[in-house]
Write a protein that binds this ligand. Structure first.
Ligand SMILES: Cc1ncc(COP(=O)(O)O)c(C=O)c1O
Length: 412
């Protein structure tokens, strides 16, 4: 359930007509619904009954207004860079609720994380562990560590967002991970606190989650036999959403399946949901610039692959709806952006509402990996982000200017 609904044929975000916002902030822009974000966060978080911590995956959508909202709802943050740590702290997220994943943390990023007092770093290689030991020693602190294990489970999702197969770069193969724990135990500045695992994104079936948890559970038992007892089990994110006709598990079914497997494990569960919280809580609003009939029909809009990369990157489906419904007539067309790439499209060869120059279109389900993956390609200023709450809206990120584009550049 989301709060983007038509009222008298006009798309509203909660109580605000989308066209009113477009008239004030211009197009394109990302539009988020506070009510939907809150509802999704709570539905996920409250589905778990065992001791747990929901760390929102900042990479899915990293605006500090959203991180702040989830923090206020009791959540933490899953980060993958120093920049995301900076954002989470600026947003007021409690550092003791921040977990840090990623295969390539730099020493500088490790220092920042240790100085900030985050909950744990999910270490992904032996060299990273040695580096972290060195950084922690130089700061005179102890680094709280969990190893990210790779369970070699097929998440049955797009290859680019599959992370838990042996061929993926992520984590330490689960069969080798005991060595890492034993080595870590001997390190003076490392404190082993957990085990983590994240197998991929946009999973529409619970069975790969269960399969990986079963493998992790066996591993946790092996650790216990070796005298290593952990406090946290981080199962990552990955629950999918409906973009078109997918049938992802409901949070309750997901939570129940995990909790069933968790029986007998005395540790706090950490979850890192991203897409399932924000995916359907935002749209990208764009305007039709031109309509062109060549070998086929093109609807040229003012949002491009730099603003929403998913269709070009993953051939991902996003529904495209008119902001104001008129005849209801449909036609086959490509909805394309202004970028100088043939791969710049929002949809291809699909039936879309017949529209005219100047019409507003809503690209649905754009909240996850939407703005956060946007870029300045073709020197296009990044678009604003707007957050609706009830009858009012706030620009939570200004539209970039041409000056912003060259900030930091110099002619020698
Ligand atoms: C380590 C980690 N945790 C959590 C997530 C969030 O995944 P999702 O947005 O599918 O929930 C990701 C994204 O791939 C990730 O790499």
């Amino acid at each position: 359930m989301n709060h983007f609904q038509y009222k008298n044929n006009v798309l509203h975000c909660e109580e605000v007509p989308v066209a009113d916002i477009a008239a004030q902030v211009g197009t394109p822009f990302y539009l988020y619904s506070t009510e939907t974000l809150t509802r999704h966060f709570k539905a996920f978080d409250q589905a778990f009954t065992l001791p747990h911590l929901t760390c929102f995956a900042a990479k899915a959508c990293s605006n500090i207004a959203l991180l702040n909202l989830f923090g206020k709802l009791g959540g933490g943050a899953d980060i993958v860079s120093g920049g995301e740590l900076f954002r989470a702290l600026k947003a007021g997220v409690d550092p003791r609720k921040i977990v840090y994943s990623g295969v390539g943390k730099s020493e500088e990023e490790m220092r920042f994380a240790l100085r900030s007092g985050i909950l744990m770093l999910n270490v992904e290689s032996h060299q990273e562990l040695e580096t972290l030991q060195g950084v922690a020693a130089s700061l005179g602190v102890t680094a709280p560590v969990s190893f990210r294990v790779n369970p070699d489970v097929d998440p049955k999702t797009h290859a680019y967002i599959s992370t838990g197969l042996a061929k993926n770069k992520f984590g330490i193969p689960i069969d080798d991970a005991l060595h890492s724990y034993l080595a870590a135990r001997e390190m003076k500045n490392i404190d082993i606190v957990g085990v983590s695992c994240h197998i991929g994104s946009q999973l529409t079936d619970v069975s790969p989650f269960v399969e990986s948890l079963q493998k992790v559970k066996v591993f946790v038992e092996r650790l216990a036999q070796a005298g290593i007892h952990i406090s946290y089990l981080d199962l990552g994110g990955g629950v999918g959403i409906r973009y078109q006709d997918e049938e992802p598990p409901l949070p309750a079914a997901y939570a129940e399946a995990l909790e069933r497997e968790m029986q007998g494990l005395a540790c706090t569960l950490i979850l890192e949901p991203g897409r399932v919280i924000v995916g359907n809580a935002a749209i990208l609003v764009t305007k039709v610039l031109y309509i062109k009939q060549g070998g086929k029909k093109f609807i040229i809009v003012d949002a491009g692959m730099n603003d929403l990369a998913r269709p070009s990157l993953y051939d991902a489906y996003h529904a495209i709806q008119p902001v104001v419904q008129s005849s209801g007539e449909l036609e086959v067309a490509d909805v394309v952006g202004p970028i100088c790439e043939s791969g710049d499209f929002l949809s291809r060869g699909r039936k879309v509402a017949v529209c005219a120059k100047g019409d507003l279109l809503a690209v649905m389900s754009a909240g996850a990996y939407g703005f956060s993956m946007s870029s300045n390609y073709n020197s296009r200023p990044r678009v604003p982000e707007v957050l609706v709450k009830g009858h009012s809206f706030h620009v939570i990120r200004q539209r970039e200017t041409f000056e912003d584009l060259i900030a930091g550049e110099v002619i020698p």
